[in-house]
Every structure is written in C-alpha cells, then in structure tokens.
Design a protein around this ligand. Structure first.
Ligand SMILES: Cc1cc2nc3c(=O)[nH]c(=O)nc-3n(C[C@H](O)[C@H](O)[C@H](O)COP(=O)(O)O)c2cc1C
Length: 414
C-alpha cells in the first residue's frame, strides 16, 4: 500500500510534463514505443525526434501512433520548420530524453555538432537533458565513450543507466538501456527537487469576477495557467499546496487542494481562512482592483443609449495578507505593459513583499501572446538587493525556476 502511494507520487510528477524523446540508432530503439506509452500513462505529453540511425531500427509511423503526434526526423525540412522547427521543439520541452542514446550520438553531443535535427536541438535546448545509453558492453567500456560520458555529466547532462545484463549481441555486461518503467521513474525524479519539503504554500490564481447583475460581471484575461503551474511546481518541490482559484478552465494539479472562489472579496476570505501555518504565499491571481458599488438583483435591462457604472476599490489581498502574516514569505506578481522594473520595485516596497515576479503582457516578435492567455511567459524577478531575468519559456518550466529562486531566498526571511 505504502509502496503504491510512493509510486503514484513519483509518477504524478510527470503530469503535464513535456518530454521530447529522441530515439537514436541502437537496437534498443524497439523499446522506445513502450517508453512513449509509459511516459504518457504517467501523464506526460511526448513528442518524438529520431536520428536517421534511429529510423533504421523502428519506424516513425510506430512512434507517431504511440505518441499521438508527428515524428520529426530531419533538420532541413521546410514544412517542419514552418510548424514546429528545431528551436520550437527545444523550447517546448520540459525535458529532452535521449533514449536509447547510441555511442555515436553521445560523441556528437560532446562535439556540439548541429548538423542533424537532434544535434541542433541539443544545442538549442535550455531544459534539462538526460541520456539513456544503450550499446554493446565493449562500446560502453571504451575509453572514448567513457570520456564522452564524463564530459556530458560535467555539462549537467543526466545519465540514466546503463544496466548490466545479457545484451542483444549475446554478450553480458554493462550497456543495456534501462527498462521503460525504470526510465519513467528516473524522469520523474528529475522533477522532484524536495527544495520546499515540509513547507505549506498558499497560492491564488486566475481572474476574479465582479458581478454587475445575476448574469454579468467584470473580469480580466487571466487564464490561471501561471498560478496552476506554480502549484504544480511547488508540489514537485515537496510542498503542501492550497490553491485558491478564480474561475478558470483548468483542472487542479495532482496533490493540490483547490478552493474555488469568484469575487475578490471571496478570494480574500478564502485566503485568510487558509493562512494558518502558511510558510509561503504566492499571489498570482489577477484580482479586480474595482467592483461595481451596486449589484442589481435583477438583470439590467437595455434602456438608455449609455450606461454609467460606479465602481469602488476592492481590498488589496496581497497587502492585507502581508500585514496579517509578517512571518510568511510573500511573493507577488505584477503584470505590466510598460516600465516593468519601476512598477515592480515600487510594489515590492509598498506592500512589504519578499519577492515580486513581473511579467510583460504583450506579444512576441512573431505575434504570439506572452503573459495572459498564453502557454509561455517571461519574468523579471526582484527582491531586496537582487534580481533575475527568466527568459520566455513554457509556464511550467518558468514556475519551476521561480520555485527554486523562492527556495533559495526563503531562509533569508528573519
Ligand atoms: C544491427 C546494429 C545494431 C546497432 N546497435 C547499436 C547499439 O545498440 N548502440 C550503439 O551505440 N550503436 C549501435 N549500432 C551502431 C549505430 O547504429 C551507428 O553508430 C549509427 O551511426 C548511430 O547513429 P545515430 O547515433 O545517429 O542514431 C548498431 C548498428 C547496427 C547495424
């Protein structure tokens, strides 16, 4: 029973993780289809790239069927580059897993070659990279391979395996690729940092709705994704997480207690009621600054050509909580369209926060949105005497990086 709970905990670290699986030219490539299936069963989204060598051992068609997505095999592919090109794939990934990793692909990684799709992705990838070598025992033991592995490990590439045992060539020794389930567990372990173990984290997320009448409300474009990603990242880091959520179309991450609210007033009450014993408060919610002074009991009828609404300020949740719980580590978010650093530092001081993450709301050069309504975001994080810029990346990865910044700063709170 306990074993099952631990197993479920380990595996659910992979929920919604984006794993870019690279299949290279090893006989163990036949296991990649099962690995893809197992990763998806554990909740991960899997996309597959293959080297030319990899396609000699298992067909892209098979991996396309089990991953549910097109398989990418060539670098110089006009169509692929117009869709999900090598940079886009590298940026998409939460983890690049090369399994099986042939001796040759390891050697090419060490050289930093960019003349095939996998090489270019490895160079462009800022997410963690893990390799699962698979080769004949003599190839594995060879000094060149061992030197290559040592170099890759120095560059923070994670090494999964290899295992010992009987090999496809009939020899016995070290060089077998780990079994798919062992690789799933190893991937899961990469996402579990333990940096917030034993901490209770309270997070607000999403927009609020301020009612005008029983049918209408004033709200904003917040999707809640950043707050939900923060909740998932805090759970991965070992925290107990309560998520106070405005109305969003997202399901709660595994092992998160979610409390649903609508208005800013409800969000404040729910937050106050969960504050006891809270070590960290992260306010990602886009809380309305104003609400209608009067809420009509019946539907407002169309009458005059103009309608004037009178609004009053809502209570500032972050400032209120910061005052009520001075020992709690306070993290605010600021969504701005201009003068980010100026506004963010001002908010840090005025509300006595420990950290503020400011995001620019707007569009990337290619026109895709960042910030609200987007899968991607970039943050500038500020604290007393320090700052760090986190460039555009998926919100899930951004959340993990922010959690590590929080974990590094939390003990500085007196
Ligand atoms: C039948 C056969 C099996 C092979 N198995 C492996 C293997 O398990 N591990 C390995 O590193 N290379 C193996 N190779 C050699 C690689 O396929 C070869 O080095 C290839 O260039 C790797 O290409 P890639 O790294 O671009 O995928 C094998 C070759 C053949 C013909």
């Amino acid at each position: 029973m306990l074993y099952c709970q631990i197993l479920i905990g380990i595996l659910s670290n992979l929920t919604n993780k984006r794993i870019l699986l690279a299949v290279t030219g090893s006989i163990a490539a036949y296991k990649s289809a099962d690995l893809t299936r197992r990763l998806r069963e554990a909740g991960a989204e899997v996309r597959v790239v293959m080297t030319q060598g990899g396609t000699e051992f298992i067909t892209p068609m098979t991996l396309q069927a089990v991953s549910g997505h097109p398989v990418y095999t060539t670098l110089m592919d006009v169509e692929a580059e117009a869709g999900m090109g090598h940079i886009e794939l590298a940026r998409w990934a939460d983890l690049l897993l090369i399994a099986p990793a042939s001796a040759d692909s390891l050697a090419r990684m060490v050289q930093g070659r960019g003349d095939d799709l996998l090489g270019a992705i490895c160079l462009a990838c800022e997410a963690p990279i893990a390799v699962a070598p698979a080769m004949n025992q003599a190839m594995w033991a060879d000094a060149a391979t061992q030197a290559n592995i040592a170099t890759l490990q120095q560059r923070d590439v994670h090494l999964f395996g290899p295992a010992e045992g009987e090999q496809a060539c009939g020899e016995v020794g070290s060089g077998r690729m780990l079994e798919p389930l062992e690789l799933v567990t190893a991937c899961s372990g990469l996402f579990a940092t333990g940096s917030l173990a034993g901490k209770k984290v309270l997070i607000t997320a999403g927009p609020t709705r301020e009612a005008l009448d029983p049918m209408r409300f004033i709200s904003n474009r917040s999707s809640g994704r950043m707050g939900y990603a923060m909740a998932a990242a805090c759970v991965e880091a070992g925290a107990e997480v309560v998520l106070i959520s405005g109305p969003v179309c997202l399901s709660a991450p595994e092992r998160v207690t979610r409390v649903d609210v609508e208005s800013a007033a409800e969000m404040l009450v729910a937050t106050e009621s969960q504050l006891n014993g809270c070590d960290i408060f992260i306010a990602t919610a886009a809380v309305a600054d104003y609400r209608p002074i009067e809420v009509a009991e019946q539907k407002l009828k169309k009458q005059a050509s103009t309608l004037t609404l009178s609004l009053e300020p809502t209570t500032d949740i972050l400032a209120t909580i910061a005052e009520q719980a001075p020992a709690t580590f306070m993290v605010g978010f600021a969504a701005e369209t201009e003068n980010i650093a100026h506004y963010a530092r001002g908010k840090l001081e005025k509300k006595s926060l420990d950290m503020i993450a400011a995001n620019q709301i707007g569009r990337e050069q290619d026109g895709s949105p960042i910030g609200f309504e987007s899968e991607q975001n970039a943050l500038n994080v500020y604290w007393q005497g320090g700052e760090k810029a986190l460039p555009v990346m998926p919100k899930s990865r951004l959340a993990r990086e922010l959690v590590e910044l929080i974990a590094a700063r939390i003990n500085t709170k007196i």
